[in-house]
Design a binder for this molecule. Structure first.
Ligand SMILES: Cc1ncc(COP(=O)(O)O)c(C=O)c1O
Length: 416
């Protein structure tokens, strides 16, 4: 590719069929293409029907559930139950009542770790975790929990042999992310789960970067708890997510938050049945309606959407690898055909990464995320600390042409 042309920076395309100019914006008389490459932060656009379902709840339903004895409350409770059933089926969980609706992955991870671990317990994790795991673990460490790490190599790949040996020492729990939000690399959770189950160790998984877009089978992978947000791979709104817990784990965790559940109101104790035990207070029902619509859409699409995101991810990785060495370093695994989250992070070796991200947006309309991505030890592992990286992350609604355009935009930066 030649360095001279900057015409790729300014692309005019005719309006979409919808007549919307959503993907274009004006700057200094020119119309720039807008390419959203920050789906690892939150997916955009959301699944069709999400906005309408949320508006329908606000405008036409509006009631609480588990409290009111009238038809609209029963109908809304039906939507919440249907949402649990869909989520449970998606991840092959133990049952719909084991699906606890939460404000997001962070809440679920805190709930699980702080509910389970006591002073003197040992917990095993990896350096590739997000701060949603690392910060609660730090707090627990200050309270007397021992946190141990399974080492990862410079591409963020977990040392499986060491993991096996460390699990053999029987810590109270192992917590791992399913995929790194920095490298896109997947953890071998299908291998770790059975090791944990055999050793009698609880296995907790942070599914923030995978649930919805990658298959997760809690039963087959021997996962005791899976936390996830509704607003990333599930293509739903922010403020709603969940954790799915086995009965064995549920019996071992204390409810971190207590309050009204609409059930057993005479008792000052939290109910001992699920989901009520871990779901005090009013649910985010607009979020539940939105998530329900997203789950219906994902079901209709089947594997097609997932396959499309795999192909887009492979294309993105291949395009970035073509530029490697020319002032760009691709972080994480580089095998194009291995499954990975839709994330490719790069380190601009001759340019400040923050400036690169800023210019990508200002000059080419490409929205990315730069910095440390709430995962400082992942960057340490990948050799990109403290400078961080620029993260490109695709969703199923990106296009192959957008990825080619992004490659051109990156190339333009490297040439100047
Ligand atoms: C790997 C990982 N875990 C946890 C989280 C936290 O998710 P949320 O902010 O939706 O609670 C994120 C968010 O980016 C993430 O990437």
């Amino acid at each position: 590719m030649g360095c001279g042309s900057r015409t790729t920076r300014f692309v005019w395309q005719s309006r979409r069929k919808s007549g919307s100019l959503r993907n274009y914006f004006y700057t200094g008389g020119l119309i720039l293409r807008k390419v959203y490459m920050d789906n690892a932060a939150t997916s955009y656009p959301k699944a069709p029907g999400v906005g309408a379902a949320m508006a329908n709840y606000i405008e036409n339903v509006g009631c609480n559930i588990g409290r009111g004895g009238y038809q609209s409350a029963y109908d809304a409770a039906g939507v919440a139950l249907d949402t649990r059933e869909r989520l449970n089926a998606l991840v092959h969980g133990p049952g719909a009542r084991n699906v606890i609706l939460t404000p997001g992955a962070t809440y679920g991870l805190n709930f699980l770790l702080k509910g389970l671990l006591r002073p003197g317990d040992r917990v095993l994790t990896s350096p590739m975790e997000h701060n949603a795991v690392l910060r609660p673990l730090k707090q627990l460490e200050q309270a007397g929990v021992q946190v141990e790490y399974v080492p990862c190599d410079g591409r963020g790949v977990l040392d499986l042999e060491r993991a096996g040996a460390q699990i053999g020492t029987k810590p109270r729990a192992v917590i791992l992310t399913h995929a790194s939000n920095v490298s896109g690399g997947m953890m071998p959770i299908e291998k770790i789960g059975p090791l944990c189950r055999r050793a009698g160790v609880f296995f907790l998984v942070d599914g923030a970067q995978t649930v919805g877009m990658h298959p997760v089978d809690m039963a087959e992978m021997c996962i005791d708890a899976l936390a996830f947000p509704g607003h990333k791979g599930l293509l739903g709104p922010q403020g709603i997510g969940g954790m799915v817990v086995t009965d064995a784990l549920a019996g071992a965790i204390d409810p971190l938050v207590a309050g009204g559940t609409g059930s057993l109101s005479h008792s000052l104790e939290m109910p001992d049945f699920l989901p009520d035990r871990f779901e005090p207070g009013t649910l985010n029902l607009p979020g539940v309606y939105g998530l329900n619509a997203a789950l219906q859409y994902l079901k209709q699409q089947g594997d097609a959407l997932r396959e499309r995101e795999y192909r887009l991810t492979r294309h993105l990785l291949a395009r970035m690898l073509e530029l490697e060495g020319d002032g760009l370093r691709v972080l994480g695994p580089t095998e194009v055909f291995n499954p990975r989250a839709g994330v490719v992070s790069v380190d601009f070796t001759g340019l400040d990464n923050g400036e690169a991200a800023f210019r990508l947006e200002q000059e080419s309309g490409v929205a990315t995320r730069c910095g440390l991505h709430c995962a400082p030890t992942a960057h340490l592992t990948l050799g990109s600390y403290p400078q961080g990286a620029v993260r490109f992350s695709v969703g199923p609604f990106n296009t192959f042409a957008e990825i080619d355009y992004v490659q051109g935009a990156v190339y333009n930066l490297l040439c100047r």
